[in-house]
Design a protein around this ligand. Structure first.
Ligand SMILES: Cc1cc2nc3c(=O)[nH]c(=O)nc-3n(C[C@H](O)[C@H](O)[C@H](O)COP(=O)(O)OP(=O)(O)OC[C@H]3O[C@@H](n4cnc5c(N)ncnc54)[C@H](O)[C@@H]3O)c2cc1C
Ligand code: SF4
Length: 499
């Protein structure tokens, strides 16, 4: 057991006050000339590492009267006040920058389809990792899917829609690239293509369909083996359920729905997202725990294009046919089936049988009927509060028809009851990375723009030249939408709707 020791002989009033201000959990107090630590202490280590030297230290051996009893704050040992803690509270902090290395991406795979957010996150992870740190992937499923593993390892041929996308919409064209059994490598070494450097797979019939307990066990097992410094998970239904649970197991923080990610000092993941109702873009870091967890929505980042510098070699790289039957079933750990595919490495892992148990029984899995998914639309006409009444939307609908676009809107129009909520773009709506978006009568709030910044071409129509939307628009039309839209429609050969 480890504990914090306060060296009272070194504590002056100034030092005490600086320690009180330092503790992020307000667990240090200074009363009647005595410094103490209360039970709210999370063992984050800030007071030890960043406090005045020799004031508070982390000790290894429980003193007499320590053990579980020492959990009582204020217990005295000799002249020192001690706090006993379980080692695991501390473990993830102390090895932080030595053992925790690289960036991991959860490859979401269900019913034979890889969610396309996976490839977007891998591309972002590659960018964040730079040339020094490894990028890991973790694949959890009922059985191996060679085509998907090839894509994750970056050994697919690239650019070919395999139809394996899982965007939830029809004809998404967002599938992963298919494999032709060729090897993609880099003369400098390392897998610097679209894929990960090392892919951990957990394949077992019990993992066929997502159930939180065995998936969390597999994910946690992966983290214990790979020890990545940061973990990126898609903010999908599954990702939103899985990531917080695994983060909690490691007693680390998680930031949901990040809209941007940066790497500071090589290891510190800056997780950026709107906060306080969108009034600030918060930069969130996890200074004292590893790994650093975040979720990111589909379409926030772009999937990587094939790196033109990457050479294509002729070596056959089909994922070697080592079935799960070969896996070592006793205890967790890598099976003897590690295999190198291209420059990326495949590590087949096995979970102990009890870790595959779940209290959830899946009786049946059915596809939901297809519905409008503006995330998948290539062209979008988005409307906002500049429209005075519902009937006037006929102008936007005619424009959408001419462009073959989906209609989307801002949140106030959902609140008006003008649209189905699935058409809302933004922080509390959907994200689109459409090739073309025309925003009409939309101011460009932080919350709205969080859902459409990734669009390739943004045309904005607004009568206010100072509207924030013009800050990100590629083309701006300043004027009354009731003047501009009829001209636009006529010039595209459309019909003026009766209003
Ligand atoms: C936690 C939280 C989450 C949110 N999530 C979302 C979200 O996901 N999506 C979202 O959209 N909002 C969201 N909001 C609301 C957001 O803050 C804004 O209120 C909203 O985006 C504004 O919508 P708007 O641009 O249509 O309206 P406004 O901000 O009122 O803008 C209307 C614009 O129309 C222009 N205009 C008016 N008349 C004309 C005309 N005749 N011709 C041309 N231009 C005209 C005006 O100049 C103005 O710029 C959220 C808010 C919070 C607090
Ligand atoms: S270890 Fe962290 S939570 Fe505990 S007293 Fe020190 S600063 Fe506060």
């Amino acid at each position: 057991m480890e504990y914090l020791k306060i060296h009272h002989e070194n504590i002056t009033a100034d030092i005490a006050h600086s320690l009180v201000g330092l503790c992020p959990f307000s667990s240090i107090s200074y009363q009647g000339g005595t410094l103490s630590i209360d039970p709210g202490c999370r063992m984050c280590g800030v007071c030890v590492n960043d406090g005045p030297p020799g004031a508070i230290t982390l000790e290894n051996d429980a003193p007499d009267g320590g053990g579980e009893d020492a959990l009582n704050m204020g217990a005295k040992h000799g002249e020192h006040e001690v706090l006993g803690v379980h080692r695991e509270h501390w473990e993830h902090r102390e090895n932080r920058d030595h053992e925790w290395r690289g960036i991991a991406v959860f490859a979401e795979y269900q019913r034979g389809r890889l969610h396309p957010v996976t490839m977007e996150l891998i591309a972002k992870a590659r960018e964040l990792a730079g040339s020094g740190a490894p990028v890991y992937g973790v694949f959890i499923g009922g059985a191996e899917d060679a085509q998907v593993l090839d894509a994750l390892l970056g050994s697919g041929s690239g650019g070919e829609d395999s139809g394996k996308g899982m965007g939830g919409g029809e004809g998404s064209g967002e599938g992963i690239s298919g494999s032709r059994g060729i090897c993609v490598g880099n003369s400098k070494g390392g897998n610097r293509g679209r894929g990960v450097d090392m892919l951990y797979t957990y394949c077992d019939p019990a993992l066929e369909v997502f159930r939180i307990e065995p998936y969390a066990n597999a994910f946690a097992d992966f983290i214990e083996h790979a020890r990545p410094s940061a973990v990126l998970v898609g903010a999908t239904h599954i990702g939103r359920s899985l990531a917080p649970r695994v983060a909690a197991r490691f007693r680390t923080g998680i930031t949901a729905d990040c809209t941007a990610l940066e790497m500071r000092n090589g290891t510190e993941l800056v997780q950026i997202r709107p906060a306080f109702g969108g009034n600030v873009m918060a930069q969130i870091v996890t200074p004292s725990h590893r790994p650093q967890f975040c979720t990111v929505r589909y379409k926030v980042f772009a999937a990587a294009a094939q790196d033109p510098d990457i050479g294509v070699t002729a070596a056959s790289t089909k994922v070697p046919d080592v079935g799960v039957a070969d896996a070592v079933a006793s205890g967790t750990g890598a099976t003897n089936a590690d295999a190198t595919v291209s420059a990326g490495v495949l590590r087949r892992m096995a979970l102990a049988p009890e870790k595959l148990n779940s209290g959830i029984e899946i009786l049946n899995v059915e596809d939901k009927p297809s519905y409008i998914d503006i995330s998948e639309a290539k062209r979008v006409v988005a409307v906002g509060r500049g429209f005075k009444k519902k009937e006037d939307l006929a102008l936007a609908e005619e424009l959408a028809r001419l462009f073959g676009a989906q209609i989307a809107c801002t949140r106030p129009l959902i609140e008006n009851g003008w649209f189905d909520p699935r058409r809302q773009i933004g922080l509390s709506g959907r994200t689109t990375g459409a090739e073309l978006i025309i925003t009409i009568g939309i101011s460009g709030s932080v919350q709205f723009m969080a859902g459409m910044r990734g669009c390739k071409c943004i045309i904005a129509i607004n009568e206010d030249p100072g509207a924030p939307i013009f800050g990100i628009a590629h083309y701006a039309a300043v004027g009354d939408l009731y003047d501009i839209l009829p001209i636009l429609i006529a010039s595209c050969g459309g019909h003026q709707p009766a209003m």
